[in-house]
Ligand binder design. Sequence first.
Ligand SMILES: Cc1cc2nc3c(=O)[nH]c(=O)nc-3n(C[C@H](O)[C@H](O)[C@H](O)COP(=O)(O)OP(=O)(O)OC[C@H]3O[C@@H](n4cnc5c(N)ncnc54)[C@H](O)[C@@H]3O)c2cc1C
Length: 285
Amino acid sequence: MQNAITDGAGDSMIFAAKLLKSERITPESSREEVRRLVFHTDNRYFDCKVGSCIRVLAPGQYGNPYHARFYSIADCEQPDDAAEFEICVRRCFYIDDASGEEYEGVASTYLCDLKPGSVIKFSGPVGYPFVVPENPDANLLMIGMGTGVAPFRGLIRMIYEKHGGWQGKVRLFHGSRTGLESLYMNDVNNDIGNYFDQPTFKAFQAVSPRPVFNAPIALDKVVEQNAAEVWEIVNSPDSCIYVAGMKQMLGMIDNAMAGIAGSPDAWLSKRNEMAAAGRWLEVLY
Ligand SMILES: Cc1cc2nc3c(=O)[nH]c(=O)nc-3n(C[C@H](O)[C@H](O)[C@H](O)COP(=O)(O)OP(=O)(O)OC[C@H]3O[C@@H](n4cnc5c(N)ncnc54)[C@H](O)[C@@H]3O)c2cc1C
C-alpha cells in the first residue's frame, strides 16, 4: 500500500513547521479539550493533503530520541513552495494499571501546550488523501467520530470554496459524546453551520444517549434513520464514502450498512468494490 500507516520509525524525510496558531475548539465547560493547531512549513517537499496524516516527533522520554504519533491533516493550503496546514488534537490522559495514577499522553500534551512560534519536527504525509471526484454531480458521504470529523471541515471547504458549483449531495454524519464535545457545532465553534445555506449540504449529528455512563455514540442509528438516502448515495455514479475516527466506529458503520444492504456479506462486497475503485476512503485510529 502506498504510504501505509505504521508506527515504525521509517527513514522518511523529517520536516520542520512553525506553530502559527493554537485555539481550543471545544467549550471550556466540556470535559474534552480539543485544539486546532495551524502550522507553516517552508519545505517544498512536504506534500500536504487533507485526510492523510503527519507523524509528529514529540520529544522522547526515557532516553528515546522522540515519541512519534500520527495526526490527520484537517486542512491545508499550498499556494507555492510553502504549506500552511492544520491538525486537531485531543488532549489525552490514561490511567496506569499498576499505580492507578492518571498520566498525560505524551504527544497530545506536547502539542496542546505548544505556544505560537514553537517549531515541531514531523514526517509524512502517510495514508491516502481524501480526494474529491472530478464529477461535480457525484454524491459524497462523510462519517466522522470525535476528532475524526476534523478532516471533513477541510474537505467540505474544498468542495464548496475551491471546486464551486457542487451539484451532488454532500452528507456529513458526525458523532461525539455530547453536543459540547462536537468539534464544529458547539457554543464556541460553528464552522459546519457556515455550509448550511448550501442547497446540496446536510449534516446529521449523533451523541451518546447516556453520556455519563459512556454509552456508545448513536452514529449507527442516525445512519439507519437516513437509510434510503445513504443507500442511494452508495449506489450512485462516482459517489465516495469518507470515514474518519476511532477504529471502533467501523464495526458500528458496518452493522448499520449491513442492515441497509440486506446482509453483512452484501455490504462487505459493496464496501470492497468501492474501496477497489478508490471510492471508500478511511483514516481510522
Ligand atoms: C492514523 C492515525 C490518525 C490519528 N489522527 C489523530 C487526530 O487527528 N487527532 C488526535 O487527537 N489524535 C489522532 N490520532 C491519535 C494520536 O496519534 C495519538 O495516539 C494520541 O494523541 C495519543 O498520543 P499521546 O502520545 O498523547 O499518548 P500516549 O502517551 O501514547 O498514550 C496514549 C495511550 O496509550 C496508552 N498508554 C501509553 N502508555 C501507557 C502506560 N504506561 N500505561 C497504560 N497505558 C498506556 C493509553 O491507552 C493511552 O490512552 C491518530 C492516530 C492514528 C493512528
